[in-house]
Design a protein around this ligand. Structure first.
Ligand code: CP
Ligand code: NVA
Length: 310
């Protein structure tokens, strides 16, 4: 069987296709239990620390509620309140916290900080978003697609916009799961070349096709899933105007989605900016699954915590 106890969860390429599918299946099982009112508390007496150096609605609430439902306790640790924000080292923070906690989630800027925390911590470390990756979100995203479509392998996901953390994790997760991923964005905002190369390497094994293009029409052609994200991610707010100009031809709107399959799903990690990366017609339309997707953060992360910390 698959045993993930004690593992970190920093990015999806650390996990095998079977392990990712195992987490998705477990998430669906835990979702069913919760909907049926079944109490399931494998983490009774355990505690996770949630370190946040950036804002959050979904990640914070879903980790706190998820841990509560699993019988454990979650501590919200804002960088403004802990000594990490005053210059205590990541290494010391990790080692001290490992003496109290059974797991640590961190949302931060540079991915090197997530890796450093994982290196020094003796308990599992979960990446709750870095500038490079957002694997918890993507676990919930592919769970949502799997629930709706009944399969993942051979489906096509089009990502329109910024080659950011979301693009990276969707690429690596898609490559692992045999999903074809096409990314369309403007010059200068491509996904990281090393991530693309890694995704292409993985894709060779799984039959996934990875395409990076400047044409949103090409990307969405016959797509099963259309995904977008904000043009200016957290930490890039001062580039908002320059980005609005750069991304103006990369809006997901009624015209663009015509090229996709008629039963395409629209997904967005949220928060969204209606009228920028996506129109209200699309994000609030019948093909949008954004709230199922947001809900699945709860179930996917419960599966993750149960598997890593159980
Ligand atoms: N999608 C996501 O991670 O949302 P939050 O920033 O609200 O946590
Ligand atoms: N790319 C966005 C995702 C937010 C969940 C950001 O990093 O701000």
């Amino acid at each position: 069987g698959i045993v993930l106890k004690g593992r970190d969860f920093l990015e999806l390429d650390d996990y095998s296709p079977e392990e990712i599918q195992y987490l998705i299946d477990l998430a669906i099982e835990l979702k069913r239990k919760q909907k049926n009112g079944e109490v399931y508390q494998p983490l009774l007496g355990k505690t996770i620390g949630l370190i946040f150096e950036k804002s959050s609605t979904r990640t914070r609430v879903s980790f706190e509620v998820g841990m509560f439902q699993l019988g454990g306790h979650a501590l919200f640790l804002s960088k403004n309140d802990i000594q990490l924000g005053r210059g205590e080292t990541v290494g010391d923070t990790a080692q001290v916290m490992s003496r109290y906690l059974d797991g640590i989630m961190i949302r931060t800027f540079g991915h090197d900080k997530v890796e450093e925390l994982a290196r020094y911590a003796s308990v599992p470390v979960i990446n709750g978003l870095s500038d490079l990756a957002h694997p918890c979100q993507v676990l919930a995203d592919y769970q949502t697609v799997y629930e709706q479509k009944g399969r993942l392998k051979g489906l096509k996901l089009a990502y329109i916009g910024d080659g950011n953390n979301m693009a990276h994790s969707l690429l690596l997760g898609g490559a692992k799961l045999g999903v074809h991923v096409s990314i369309a964005g403007p010059e200068g905002y491509e996904p990281d070349a090393a991530v693309v190369a890694k995704a292409r390497e993985i894709a060779k094994e799984t039959g996934s096709e990875i395409v990076i293009t400047r044409s949103p029409e090409e990307a969405v052609k016959d797509a099963d899933v259309i995904y977008t994200d904000v043009w200016a991610s957290m930490g890039f707010e001062e580039e908002q105007l320059a980005r609005e100009a750069a991304f103006k031809d990369f809006q997901v709107n009624e015209e663009l989605v015509k090229g996709a399959k008629s039963d395409y799903m629209f997904l967005h990690c949220l928060p969204a900016h209606r009228g920028e990366e996506v129109t209200a017609e699309v994000i609030d339309g019948p093909n949008s699954f954004i709230f199922d997707e947001a809900e699945n953060r709860l179930h996917a992360q419960k599966a993750l915590m149960a598997a890593l910390m159980g």
